[in-house]
Design a protein around this ligand. Sequence first.
Ligand code: SF4
Ligand code: SF4
Length: 183
Amino acid sequence: MLFVSCSFGRIFVIKSAYMDSFLKKLPLLAGEKARETRKYFSRLKKRPPKKLDLLMQDLHHKVFERINCLDCANCCKTTSPLFTEHDIRRIARHLRVKEPLFIQQYLRVDTDHHYVLQQSPCPFLDLQDHACSIYDVRPKACKEYPHTDRRRFVQLTSLTLNNTAICPATYEIVEALKKELPL
Ligand code: SF4
Ligand code: SF4
């Protein structure tokens, strides 16, 4: 494993060769930290510092300089994005199918009444090279995942806690946040 230094300390670089084994360990690692992370987010929500969004954006960019999503694709393999009406219209047009047919073929309605994928891994994911076949028109939720650089991050802490067990970048960003901003 390679190590580098950055503003939030000594961190490891995840190379593609390590990604598979890291992903296998991730739920356990995130689970071990879950209680601490939950408490941390609870303190953060009580008094969010003004610089929080900027700090999160900085950490997000630093971590994604080291982690290549094409080495991972764990979000596309294990979870479903939400599909908005705009997403459905755009993707159906791109695939040259009618919207009802696209919905019938790929989507279902979840318990929160959102359109989600019928299956995982996502049918638009190439399992060999992890490319997304509808990348240019992919759902907004895919574009924004894992949401760690979003404005008003403090409103996304529950989602982020869940994502620490799915997304290695989120796990790293959250651990870096705890070090950069001890509470
Ligand atoms: S649409 Fe593309 S980016 Fe979104 S989950 Fe599927 S493969 Fe991943
Ligand atoms: S967003 Fe996270 S889970 Fe998805 S491919 Fe990138 S590193 Fe992996």
